[in-house]
Design a binder for this molecule. Sequence first.
Ligand code: NAP
Length: 331
Amino acid sequence: MADKSEERPRVPTAQVFPAAIRLPLVGLGTWTQRKPGEVREAVETALRLGYRHIDCAADYQNEGEVGQAIAAVLGDGTVCREEIWVTSKLQNSDHEPQRVEDACRESLQQLGLEWLDLYLMHWPLTGNHGPELKPSLEETWSAMEALVHKGLARAIGVSNFSTKKLERLLKQATVRPAVNQVEAHPYFRNMELINWCRERGIHVTAYSPLGSPHTADFFKRREDVPVLMQDSTLREIAERHGKSPADVLVSWAVQRGTSCLPKSTKESHLRSNLEAASWRLPDPDFQALSSLATQRRMLDGGWFLSSEGPYHTLEELWDTPSEVATSTVAD
Ligand code: NAP
C-alpha cells in the first residue's frame, strides 16, 4: 500500500503537561445536534484526512459514534492509538467524587479506548441548586487526579474556568491542570485569561473558534449578536489572501498559540480547516483581527443561572464584570 502520510497536512503541535505526546493545534469538535451517523462519518473522514486530535464529551451523547470511527481507523492501520489525541469531559451531573472514575470509564467504553489523552471538568457546575456548589470543585478535582494515577487519563484539565476558579484548584492540586478549554475567537479574544494560563504553563484550547454559527437557534442567540464569519474585516482579509473566513480564523487561533476545535461535518471544510493551521496570517492582518471592537461570548452559560444559586449571575459564573461576560469590551 502506498504511504499517504506525505500527502497529509502537517499540523503544528504544543507540548502539554505532562503528556508524552504533543497536542495537535487543530482538533475536530464533535458537539453537534445533527442526525445519527453524522459524527461517526465526520470523525472517520477527519482521521483519514490527517486529524490527530478529537474533542469529545459525555454530554454530547455521541461518544459511541466517535468510538466506531476511531475503531475503523485503528483497525485498518491508518493510525495507531499513540498517534491520536482524544479528549473527553466529565459532565456536570458526575462531579460526586465516587462517580468520577465510573464516568470516565463509561466514556472510555463508549470510545473503545483504554485511556484518554485528556479528561476535562466540562463546567465549574454540578447542577445542584443552593448557595454553594456541591460537591466543591476541589473535591471533584481530587477524584480526577486519581484517574491519572490509575492510567485512565494521561492529563487532566478544566473547561469554562475563570482564573479565580483555576487559582482555587492550583492551591490544592497535586496533578496540575494541563489545559483550560474556553471560548476564544476574534469576537471574544479572552486575552487576559489566556495570558494568565500561559504564565502558569496551562495550555488554552479555543472552543467555538469560528464563532459557533450553528448554535444560534439552539441557544436562542439574540438577532443583534453579530456573526463572526460575516465580519467585514475578516471577510476582506480572507478575500485578499484567496482564503475563506474559516481559514483565517483557524490560522489566527494557531498563531496565538492556542489549539482550536473547528467543528465540521463537511469533508471540504474538514480538509481546509486542517490545512489552514499551516498557513501564516501576515502580522498586520493578525493585529487587525486582534483588535476588533466586538467582544462578546457566543456561549454565555446563561442557561445555568438560578435564583437559588450557586451562580445567580453571569458575573458569578465567569468571575468577570457582567459587561465583559455579555457585551462589548476592548482587550
Ligand atoms: P465552531 O467550530 O465555531 O463552528 C462550527 C460551525 O462552523 C458549523 O456550522 C460548521 O458547519 C461551520 N464550519 C466549519 N468549518 C467551516 C468552513 N471551513 N467554512 C464554513 N463554515 C464552516 O462551533 P462549535 O461547535 O461551537 O465549537 C467547536 C467545538 O468546540 C465543539 O464541537 C466542541 O467540541 C467544542 N466546544 C466545547 C465547549 C465546552 O464547553 N468545552 C463549548 C462549545 C464547543 P459545517 O459542519 O457545515 O462545516
